[in-house]
Design a protein around this ligand. Structure first.
Ligand SMILES: Nc1ncnc2c1ncn2[C@@H]1O[C@H](COP(=O)(O)OP(=O)(O)O)[C@@H](O)[C@H]1O
Ligand SMILES: [Mg+2]
Length: 218
C-alpha cells in the first residue's frame, strides 16, 4: 500500500520562492485536492513528488523511495510508479492516438502483444476506442485530456498527479474530466489534483490541502 508523505519539507528556488515546512500525507487510494492561487506552490509540490526538485530540508517519501536516500539512477523508478496529467495535454502531435498510449508501454519494455492489449483496454476505459487512428489535433480538448489520462494510467501507477488538468477546458468538459478521475480513484488509483478552480473543488467531498505563499494548510 503505497503513500506519499512530506515531512517538514522546505524547498526553494534561487529567488527564495518555493515551499516552506510542508507536512502532509497522501494516503493509499486517496483522492486529494491541492488548491490555492496561481504562484502558491502547487506545481512545486508535484515536482518534489517526481523528485525533479529535492528539498533543502525535510524529506519526501514516495512509496519505498525517500528523497534523502535516493540515487540518480533510482529517480526513473520513482516516476515509473506515477502517472502525470498536465493542463496542456502534452500529446505527441506526429502520432495517432493509439501510438500516443502505446509508446509509453514500449519505453517500459512491454511486448507488442501486451502493448496492444493494454492500449485497447485504456482506450476503452476513457471511452475513445473509436478515435484510435486519429491525430491529437483532430480531437477536442476534453478528448485530448482523456487520452492523456489513458496514457498516464497505462503503466498501472499507484497515483495520478494532475496539474491544473481542467485549466484549458470549458466548465462542462471540466466536470466530465473530474468524474473520470473519480472513477479511476474508485478503481483503486490515488489521485492528487492541483487546481486553482475553487468551484470545481467545492463539488467534491474529497480532502483538500490549501497552499498559500508556499505554506500548506488544512
Ligand atoms: N523555476 C523557477 N524558478 C524560480 N521561481 C519559480 C520557479 N518555478 C516557480 N517559481 C516560483 O515559485 C512559486 C510557486 O510556483 P508554482 O509552484 O509554480 O505555483 P503554482 O503551481 O501554485 O501556480 C511562485 O512564486 C513562482 O513564481
Ligand atoms: Mg502550477
Amino acid at each position: 500500500m503505497k503513500k506519499i508523505q512530506f515531512n517538514a519539507v522546505t524547498a526553494t528556488y534561487k529567488n527564495g520562492e518555493g515551499i516552506r515546512r510542508a507536512d502532509f500525507v497522501l494516503n493509499p487510494h486517496e483522492f486529494l485536492f491541492l488548491t490555492g492561487p496561481s504562484g502558491a506552490g502547487k506545481t512545486t509540490i508535484l515536482k518534489l513528488i517526481l523528485m525533479s526538485m529535492l528539498p533543502d530540508s525535510g524529506d519526501v517519501q514516495v512509496g519505498k523511495y525517500n528523497s534523502q536516500h535516493i540515487s540518480k539512477k533510482e529517480i526513473p523508478l520513482v516516476r515509473r510508479q506515477i502517472g502525470c496529467v498536465f493542463q496542456d495535454f502534452r500529446l505527441l502531435e506526429d502520432r495517432n492516438i493509439y501510438e500516443n498510449i502505446a509508446f509509453v508501454l514500449r519505453i517500459t519494455g512491454h511486448r507488442e502483444k501486451s502493448i496492444k492489449r493494454k492500449t485497447f483496454k485504456m482506450l476503452a476505459e476513457v471511452g475513445l476506442s473509436h478515435k484510435r487512428n486519429q491525430r491529437p489535433q483532430q480531437l477536442s480538448g476534453g478528448e485530448q485530456q482523456r487520452i492523456a489520462i489513458a496514457r498516464a494510467l497505462a503503466n498501472d501507477p499507484f497515483v495520478i498527479l494532475a496539474d491544473e488538468p481542467t485549466g484549458n477546458l470549458d466548465p462542462e468538459t471540466a466536470k466530465d474530466i473530474l468524474s473520470l478521475f473519480k472513477t479511476i480513484n474508485e478503481r483503486g488509483t490515488a489521485v492528487l489534483m492541483a487546481t486553482h478552480n475553487q468551484n470545481l473543488v467545492a463539488q467534491y467531498a474529497y480532502r483538500k490541502l490549501e497552499l498559500k505563499n508556499g505554506r500548506v494548510f488544512g
